[in-house]
Design a protein around this ligand. Structure first.
Ligand code: DC
Length: 216
């Protein structure tokens, strides 16, 4: 195994990227960077400040005063753990909207590149293989049908005690798929050199084993 290597996992919402990436990180003893959580943290902060999801001088200074980090599996926004606050449907939409803004992407991509510079990481998101870590040693595009992804997300929300209606979750997923793959800046798409994994009929363990078996 190389001393420092990067694994990029991209794909649409609910394909299982973060569950897979977390398990791969544990198995290989490397860090996991959840870039979606970073966009969610910015979306949460913009909502809390009542900001429009558009570029402005206010957004510029808000971003300058924003600190995002990961520690012991937690996402820290300006010193506070926001793990649960960033997982609501409202914040999902805000994350998708703010991720289309150049100011937001510039700030977060810079942070992500720094995080993947000196140590081995597995990083998941939408543009990791195509933009953030174009020279990653291993690249995957993890997908599943929209219905299967909505089924998984509904079960996850219910397990957390949140309200979840399958049809609404499916509609949200389809809207986010559209937004994420049609935005001008770094839209969701498979990197040419990424391997596509369709997880519709696969268990998490199968996907994790497949990825880890390729790391040499
Ligand atoms: O993976 P997620 O659902 O937590 O991501 C939240 C939003 O952030 C998603 O709608 C798209 C955006 N995102 C992005 O644009 N680029 C990334 N690298 C990761 C997420």
């Amino acid at each position: 195994m190389k001393t420092v290597f990067r694994i990029a996992i991209d794909g649409p919402s609910g394909a299982g990227k973060s569950t897979v990436a977390k398990a791969v990180a544990v198995k290989l003893g490397i860090d996991y960077i959840d870039t979606g959580a970073m966009y969610r943290a910015v979306g949460l902060k913009m909502l809390n400040h009542g900001m429009e999801m558009e570029e402005s001088d206010g957004l510029k200074s808000l971003l300058e005063q924003t600190d995002i980090d990961f520690s012991a599996g937690n996402i820290i926004l300006d010193g506070a753990i926001v793990n649960d606050l960033i997982r609501t449907p409202e914040v999902s939409m805000a994350a998708s909207a703010c991720s289309a803004l150049g100011m937001v992407r510039a700030k977060l991509v810079e942070l992500q590149r720094k995080m993947g510079k000196t140590k081995s990481v597995v990083m998941d998101g939408r543009d990791i293989g195509t933009n953030v870590l174009t020279d990653a040693e291993y690249k995957y595009y993890l997908t599943a049908t929209a219905e299967e992804r909505a089924r998984r997300r509904t079960a996850e929300l219910i397990e957390k005690g949140q309200n979840a209606d399958f049809d609404q979750v499916l509609a949200d997923i389809e809207m986010r798929d559209y937004n994420d793959s049609h935005r001008t800046l770094n839209p969701l798409c498979k990197a040419e050199d990424a391997e596509e994994i369709d997880s519709t009929h696969m268990t998490i363990d199968e996907v994790v084993s497949h990825i880890c078996s390729k790391i040499v």
